[in-house]
Design a protein around this ligand. Structure first.
Ligand code: GUN
Length: 293
């Protein structure tokens, strides 16, 4: 079994990005800047946002954090988004999800300037991905695609089964994997099935997968009898157990002897997600001076 080391891979990518940020700054005089908005006190969100901020600073991207109380209304949040949209010094805007109950998530995401939408959650950006002409790719599926490409895992003609139908991972991952492979791109041309909590005979379908991407948010959901021998298994889950430890959606110890390759949790997809946010923020800064692309 090959371990798909996302931590090591993300160090390489961030090194490449840091060098590109230096080049961009010296040729334009612009420092790429990400504005992150965190509403409420969700402990996981606080950790994610703080990791994103640290990662930005480390590679020379400016990071601004806007912390708002749990009582923030949708209108107040829309006001902040509008201000950030207009601020030419801010290139990327990220509103950490989930928002507290009472905040209208879709209205807020719809209000983000599409050119600053580094999460690629705006319907215009989702539509562009669907048509195979993305402006941004969403960070987690993008990180997974990079993992596949950089480990030389062939996707063309393979059966990819995605477990989970979320807007953040499952759906965009499917859109990306079914795209026609372009000359410079890979991690595409797959035959894709999405399964979810209401799927009948789920294990029968997952056992047909050459590539399994598990993003369902249930601790150690995927076990060996759901995996075809030699399959590549990507674990997108980040679940906290009652003893405080973090585990994925894949039962790693159970699956490792049957799979051909597995990404661990932690140290798999998570660090790559943040690396792709950095990449998208640099891209946003580039788009701010060269809007036609
Ligand atoms: N919450 C969980 N994942 C994400 C993500 O990729 N972006 C944002 N903004 N919120 C999240």
């Amino acid at each position: 079994m090959q371990l798909l080391d996302g931590k090591k891979l993300s160090e390489t990518i961030r090194q490449e990005l840091a060098e590109e940020v230096i080049r961009f700054k010296s040729s334009t005089g612009i420092t790429p800047c990400l504005a992150a908005v965190l509403v409420g006190e969700n402990p996981a969100s606080q950790i994610y946002v703080s990791n994103k901020e640290k990662a930005c600073r480390k590679i020379g991207i400016e990071s601004q954090l806007f912390r708002l109380p749990v009582t923030t209304t949708t209108e107040e949040l829309l006001g902040l988004v509008e201000k950030l949209n207009k601020d030419s010094g801010v290139h990327g805007i990220l509103v950490q999800l989930p928002l507290p109950q009472g905040c209208d998530e879709l209205r807020v995401l719809d209000a983000i300037d599409t050119k600053k939408d580094v999460d690629a959650f705006h319907p215009e950006n989702v539509g562009l991905i669907s048509q195979g002409r993305p402006r941004y790719l969403p960070c987690t599926p993008y990180g997974i695609q990079q993992m596949l490409v950089r480990y030389g895992i062939e996707t063309s003609g393979k059966h990819a089964v995605i477990v989970g139908r979320s807007d953040i991972v499952g759906k965009p991952m499917a859109l990306m994997l079914i795209q026609k492979q372009l000359p410079k791109q890979s991690g595409a041309d797959a035959t894709v099935t999405i399964v979810h909590s209401r799927t009948k005979n789920l294990s029968e379908i997952t056992r047909q997968a050459d590539l399994l991407i598990v993003a369902i948010g249930r601790s150690r959901f995927l076990t060996a009898e759901m995996v075809k021998p030699g399959a590549v298994v990507i674990d997108v889950g980040i679940n906290r157990l009652s003893d405080g430890t973090i585990c994925g959606d894949v039962d790693f110890d159970n699956v490792k002897d049957i799979a051909g390759a597995v990404s661990p949790v932690p140290g798999g997809v998570g660090p790559l997600t943040i690396s792709m946010l950095l990449l998208n923020t640099l891209r946003a800064a580039k788009l701010s001076i060269q809007p036609i692309e």
